[in-house]
Design a protein around this ligand. Structure first.
Ligand code: CP3
Length: 382
């Protein structure tokens, strides 16, 4: 694939974030201490988020650049985490190309209909995914506003704070699309996969391009890393994952794998590096090796499998991200503290470790617990 060099103003090209704790860990290097951020750090656990969101629907908030940027920055200011995660949602690219979707509070993404057979898939995939690029203005603007502020930050590591862009993996999106909304076991998607492999492939191919373009937009606009969320891939057998899902996830990532930046290595020699990519799913203990092999730099691990075991499954040399059980955020400090230290110690099995939760921050979390975890990780993770 031909290479695209990020603009000289991009935080990676400009030398602002390339040696941050986060980006160094994502390329397998350890720094002064272990970097930490939290999935769903931007959101309902923060009173300043709840105040700002009053009267604005979730997807409207995502498409308001000033609001999305402000919400992204809130946890960076408050917790001194080592990265911002762009405030958006996995269904935003679908919304932007005209798919009838909303996010219902307490429920998640709900579509005007389900796409669970060949006719429905044909209708959906008649939309050209390239249309996203014309509709992405609010995403680009929100990322640009965010990095303009992040470039001015210094969280103690002597670099600017990087922004992580993200997208939903094709299977996780298809799990919502096929069902028409949230479901426990994603049966409609798993049925379509086998009942009509042609329609399934068409759905996955289309979704891969759409979500890949969403991720690319965020990186081009200034994100310093990219995370693909395959939250519901844990519903699949390894065989189904490899045959019916992994190729589409690889296709989605092809939209960022060609993006590179020029910099200098530790000895001052000129090097070209690619933008680091993380791959995360829930309940994916059996899939970790396959999720790495689609071609990612870092594997995100949920709380069901200890990091030292995950390190054996993905193989030597792969940086890991994770994996404190979010339930422990509500436990008394001595319990939480011991769990954080255990995660840090098991994370030493990997060449580099980015501390995170095994899934998102629960909305009822006391934000002071998160701030305290950041302090402990920075102190004990050195
Ligand atoms: O801080 C961050 O992590 C950045 C923002 C972010 C959101 N969604 C904001 C959001 C990210 C990375 C996502 C990704 C996302 N969205 C995933 C993958 C990550 C994961 O959690 O597994 C999935 C599966 C979705 C779909 C989705 N959107 C769900 C299941 C929900 C929760 C529904 C609910 O109300 O409990 C949403 C809504 C959503 N996305 C909220 C936020 C802050 C809550 C909406 C609100 O505050 O009103």
């Amino acid at each position: 694939m031909s290479r695209v060099i990020l603009s000289p103003q991009h935080p990676l090209s400009a030398g602002l974030t390339g040696d941050s704790r986060l980006v160094r860990a994502y390329r397998g290097e350890r720094s002064d201490t272990t970097p930490v951020w939290f999935m769903r750090q931007a959101g309902r656990s923060l009173p300043e988020y709840r105040d700002l969101r009053v009267g604005t629907r979730m997807l409207d908030a995502c498409l308001d650049p000033a609001m999305a940027s402000e919400i992204t920055l809130q946890p960076v200011r408050r917790h001194k985490v080592d990265a911002g995660i762009f405030f958006s949602d996995i269904v935003v690219p679908l919304k932007l190309v005209g798919v009838d979707v909303e996010i219902q509070p307490g429920r998640g993404p709900v579509f005007g209909r389900g796409y669970s057979d060949a006719a429905a898939v044909a209708e959906l995939t008649s939309i050209d995914p390239a249309r996203l690029d014309e509709a992405s203005g609010p995403i680009t603007e929100a990322v640009e506003r965010t990095i303009a502020e992040l470039d001015e930050t210094d969280n103690g590591s002597g670099t600017a704070t990087p922004l992580i862009g993200f997208a939903g993996a094709p299977f996780t999106l298809a799990a919502y699309l096929a069902e028409g909304g949230p479901s426990k076991d994603h049966l409609a998607a798993r049925t379509l996969m086998h009942a009509d492999p042609g329609a399934w492939r068409a759905l996955m191919d289309w979704t891969a391009e759409l979500t890949g373009r969403f991720l690319r937009t965020q990186v081009l606009a200034g994100a310093s890393a990219a995370q693909l969320f395959d939250s519901w891939a844990g519903a699949l057998s390894l065989a189904d994952y490899q045959a019916h899902v992994a190729p589409a996830s690889a296709k989605a990532l092809s939209f960022v794998h060609d993006l590179e930046y020029e910099t200098a290595d530790a000895s001052g020699a000129a090097v070209t590096r690619s933008v680091p990519v993380v791959h995360f799913g829930v309940g994916t203990g059996e899939l970790l090796g396959a999720m790495h092999r689609i071609g990612v730099d870092v594997v995100g691990v949920d709380y069901r499998i200890p990091l030292d075991v995950a390190a054996l499954r993905v193989g030597a040399g792969v940086p890991l991200q994770g994996n404190l059980d979010p339930a422990l955020l509500a436990a008394p400090w001595p319990v939480l503290e011991a769990a954080v230290l255990d995660v840090l110690s098991r994370g030493r099995s990997a060449p580099a470790h980015v501390f995170n939760l095994g899934h998102g921050v629960p909305p009822e979390t006391d934000p002071t617990a998160l701030t305290r975890v950041v302090g402990l990780v920075h102190e004990a993770g050195a």
